[in-house]
Design a protein around this ligand. Structure first.
Ligand code: NAP
Ligand code: MG
Length: 451
């Protein structure tokens, strides 16, 4: 049994049994068997079941959000959005089964057609930072494409995933089509990598574990999608709407207590407006409300664990603090929003993913230097840039090596546009119109028409 802790108080919420290797194998075997019939369900029927699943999630938004507030310390506003995101992803991919069309390719002497065949059992491994959305980005399209899914939530945050597994059954999904398997990464997650019936692993988490999973999957040429870390830049040019850029910068990095792979944790400000911009930023950081995440006015709750708080604090100890917000004292893993001045691109807090409410700031001279500094990282997941110059916006958007970029905004992930990383931030894309194909293999069939 694993204890599940409320990070706002440090109190034990409940205990959840962890699956061992035999239970994991048995569940994978049941998912393999269920695949034989699930793949044959008529496209319209599969679509209807997924729409029903979405509707049942919608009926339980408040319950799911409340669970996430208590298990993960997410603000109630965020948690409602996250549960709604699961519903929306299911609705979006419920439109897919009847549209999963192949091609007809001209070949003399017959008919040549392609099919997008489901892979089999897909293993989804989810981290603790966004337990609901990241689960849905895996199981939504995987199920729509005709796969069955085994899903391992993070040990710290299993509660909403377990509930989603129950809601799937309530919605009428056949047993073993979608199975949630709480347990350790090194046991359940590792078995997804080594078990031959699991034909694809969809992993979100740290870059180190992602590399090990990719290496493990190579042994069976197993398909893999990786969503890994980030150290995204927020680039503010002198000609930007500075007030708007400053007002929105705190949420772009401190949302979810900075435990967001898309956090804009490196702020690059053009030197001619550097002082002016920091003066605008300071009140916005101080106004960022860190409080009981169940309160509707909360902008941010606690960190996920005491270990995470220690890790985040280690980046601030010897750094040059520009200014900080406030956080509650007492029980729970609280940490105030913190802005650090970087003195060189070698500073540890500038280079490494902190995964906490810590923003590093560095000035730049010109466009060329901004792009060079933004790209001076092994990561490439997200980012933003602020300018009123349309040509510059397009030039810099194309030059920054990152999978998703926002101009004059910090748009969050949308379920209908592609999401994923360049460089060591990941492999493959989730969401959007194309994600479905990463849960299928193309088959080409030629039928001779000649006698
Ligand atoms: P992690 O170790 O990569 O965990 C992510 C998921 O993978 C969890 O479900 C974990 O299980 C599982 N896992 C761990 N080792 C595994 C293995 N050998 N085989 C298969 N699955 C395995 O990440 P973390 O320890 O939670 O966080 C560490 C750091 O990673 C963070 O501080 C942050 O920098 C980064 N991170 C990034 C993201 C992102 O969205 N890109 C998300 C989370 C963390 P357990 O529950 O047993 O740990
Ligand atoms: Mg870990």
């Amino acid at each position: 049994m694993t204890q599940v802790i409320n990070p706002s108080t440090g109190a034990v919420l409940t205990s959840v049994p962890g699956m061992g290797p035999h239970e994991t194998d048995a569940a994978i075997e049941r998912a393999r068997k269920a695949f034989e019939s699930w793949r044959k369900v008529a496209p319209g029927d599969r679509a209807r079941l997924l729409r029903r699943f979405a509707a049942v999630v919608d009926q339980h938004i408040d319950e799911l959000a409340d669970l996430e507030v208590r298990n993960s310390g997410h603000t109630i506003g965020n948690a409602r959005w996250e549960a709604g995101n699961v519903r929306d992803v299911l609705d979006y991919y419920a439109g897919a089964p009847e549209r999963l069309t192949g091609r007809q390719i001209p070949v003399a002497g017959g008919l040549d057609v392609t099919f997008h065949e489901p892979l089999g059992v897909v293993g989804v491994i989810v981290p603790w930072n966004f337990p609901m959305p990241i689960a849905g980005w895996g199981f939504g399209p995987a199920l729509a494409a005709g796969n069955t899914v085994v899903l391992k939530p993070a040990e710290l945050t299993p509660l909403t995933a377990i509930r989603l597994g129950e809601l799937a059954l309530e919605a009428g999904l056949p047993p073993h089509v979608f199975t949630v398997l709480p347990g350790r990464g090194s046991v359940v997650g590792q078995r997804f990598v080594t078990h031959p019936a699991v034909r694809k692993v969809c992993f979100t988490g740290s870059t180190d574990v992602g590399k090990a999973i990719m290496a493990g999957c190579a042994d069976q040429v197993k398909r893999v999608t990786l969503e890994l870390g980030g150290k995204s830049a927020n680039i503010v040019f002198a000609d930007a709407d500075l007030a708007k850029a400053a007002a929105s910068a705190p949420a772009s990095v401190f949302d979810n207590a900075g435990q967001d792979c898309c956090a804009r944790s490196r702020l690059l400000v053009q030197d001619s407006v550097y002082d002016e911009f920091l003066a605008l930023l300071e009140p916005a950081v101080r106004a960022f409300r860190v409080e009981d995440p169940a309160s509707p006015s909360a902008d941010m709750g606690p960190l996920i664990s005491s270990g995470q708080r220690e890790s985040v604090a280690s980046y601030v100890e010897d750094a040059d603090v520009a200014f900080r917000g406030t956080a509650p004292d007492g029980d729970g893993w609280w940490f105030p929003p913190t802005v650090l001045l970087a003195h060189s691109t070698g500073d540890r807090h500038w280079r490494e993913e902190v995964f906490g409410p810590v923003l590093s700031v560095l000035p730049f001279r010109d466009e060329e230097e901004a792009v060079r500094l933004a790209n001076d990282t092994e990561y490439g997941l997200s980012g933003s840039l602020w300018t009123r110059d349309l040509g510059r916006a397009l030039r810099v958007s194309r030059a920054v090596e990152t999978g998703a970029l926002s101009v004059n905004s910090h748009s969050s992930v949308r379920y209908w546009t592609p999401f994923g990383g360049m460089k060591q931030s990941g492999l493959g894309r989730e969401l959007g119109p194309d994600a479905l194909h990463s849960f299928t293999d193309v088959k080409n069939v030629f039928i001779a028409t000649e006698d």
